[in-house]
Design a protein around this ligand. Structure first.
Ligand SMILES: Nc1ncnc2c1ncn2[C@@H]1O[C@H](COP(=O)(O)OP(=O)(O)O)[C@@H](O)[C@H]1O
Ligand SMILES: [Mg+2]
Length: 375
């Protein structure tokens, strides 16, 4: 494999996460029997492998044994209402159906027609509606169109269902609790009506934080997958897939890599990409000698852009956090109104991550090291 830290990994080069994939396969299997499939939420910090897992799941559900149609959608910040989201999803849905190989010409023509047919709902003036109605009209559009599609296209196309994969749901400018609940209502309805449509979305780990008290059902509806860094075994597997196994240099390299990156997939990919451009065999003695150059490059390509988005005050705080001897930040440095506000913004920007109740740390020790060196 050629490591590419800035792109999700290709499904056929995907490493590890066996339990999650197994659980997903089981859900698909149950979905085939029951006619409805659980929806999933993949939650995790920046660079931990959410998009990669989402793409892997999409590839799995399309396997002939399952024959689900995956619809991939990258959530962007310019979606501010559910109608817009519904339209975008329908668009992608139509694309995905039309892209199916071996689709009969007649069916293909009907599909094109189905796409063009406008629903009056779409033309309703939006300002005059309350937010609730507004949400429900996006729902009606999806409900109507997806029912039509289910009745006309799914059996002839030999599909058992469809799964909408929504990457980075937190980007959508709709209140998180509203959105999680609206999507849940929508897809629960499909399940009840015998249409095998489900959702799998990825988001930051705090996605449900504001929803919990408000709307339990929205939280319970999703099977949640919390992504952690790679285990040492997964780091070994990753190293093997990059450097090969004969001769096997990977045990020593993997140990070194795991020490440096703590199994964080992005950093692993970054360092491995750099190592794999070196000429000839990598000798373990050489690793430490190469490290400063790699760390430098990390600073230029990643850490500098992390700090570029911080205000002077936030940056000062980050430096202060980096100076503590423990990686966990002492709680009394995070209390007080001002601190709480900055803390929230540092979390929002992915610089700080929550490790437990009232407990935080900088998102990676290598970033902490960078801050210390640039004090
Ligand atoms: N399971 C995996 N196998 C191989 N590489 C992975 C895996 N998960 C993540 N990576 C690597 O880590 C990088 C970051 O992963 P990505 O899926 O983009 O994270 P996220 O979407 O959580 O920010 C990817 O570019 C890829 O190189
Ligand atoms: Mg991603």
């Amino acid at each position: 494999m050629r490591p590419e830290p800035n792109f999700p990994v290709r499904p056929d080069e995907f490493v590890g996460r066996r339990q999650h994939i197994e659980a997903f396969r089981e859900a698909l299997q149950q979905g085939l029997t029951a006619g409805r499939t659980s929806s999933f939420a993949i939650l995790g910090d920046w660079g931990i492998g959410k998009s990669s897992l989402l793409l892997k799941f999409a590839a799995v559900c399309a396997e002939p044994a399952f024959a689900f149609l995956p619809i991939l959608f990258s959530a962007s910040t310019d979606v501010h209402d559910y109608m817009r989201l519904a339209e975008s999803l329908l668009d992608k849905f139509g694309d995905a159906l039309l892209a199916m190989p071996n689709l009969e010409a007649r069916l293909r023509a009907e599909l094109r027609n189905w796409r063009l047919k406008q629903l009056n709902l779409g033309a309703v003036g939006l300002e005059r509606h309350s937010r609730r109605l507004f949400l429900s009209s996006g729902s009606s559009l999806l409900r109507h169109k997806l029912k039509e599609a289910w009745d006309h296209f799914f059996r002839p196309a030999q599909l058992n269902g469809a799964i909408f994969f929504l990457d980075d749901l937190q980007n959508i400018g709709i209140s998180k609790s509203d959105l999680a609940l609206t999507i849940r209502d929508q897809f629960q309805f499909f399940g009840i009506e015998g249409m095998n449509y489900s959702v799998c979305f990825s988001a930051k780990p705090d996605y449900f934080a504001e929803t919990k008290a408000l709307a339990e059902p929205a939280v319970r509806f999703y099977t949640k997958v919390y992504l952690e860094p790679f285990t040492f075994e997964e780091t070994i597997e990753y190293t093997r897939s990059v450097f090969g196994t004969s001769p096997d240099p990977s045990a020593i390299i993997a140990t070194w890599l795991h020490e440096k990156t703590l199994g964080h997939p992005y950093f692993l990919a970054f360092v491995c990409k750099r190592l794999s451009t070196l000429e000839g065999q990598i000798h373990s003695q050489k690793l430490e000698a190469i490290w400063p150059a790699i760390f430098d490059q990390l600073g230029r390509e990643k850490f500098r852009s992390d700090i570029a988005q911080l205000s002077a005050k936030e940056l000062g705080l980050a430096h202060q956090f980096a100076s503590f001897s423990e990686s966990d930040i002492p709680a009394h440095h995070l209390t007080g109104k001002i601190h709480r506000e900055h803390r929230a913004r540092l979390v929002e920007k992915g610089v700080l991550i929550r490790t437990g109740r009232g407990r935080y740390k900088l998102y990676h020790p290598l970033f902490r090291e960078f801050l210390r060196q640039t004090q």
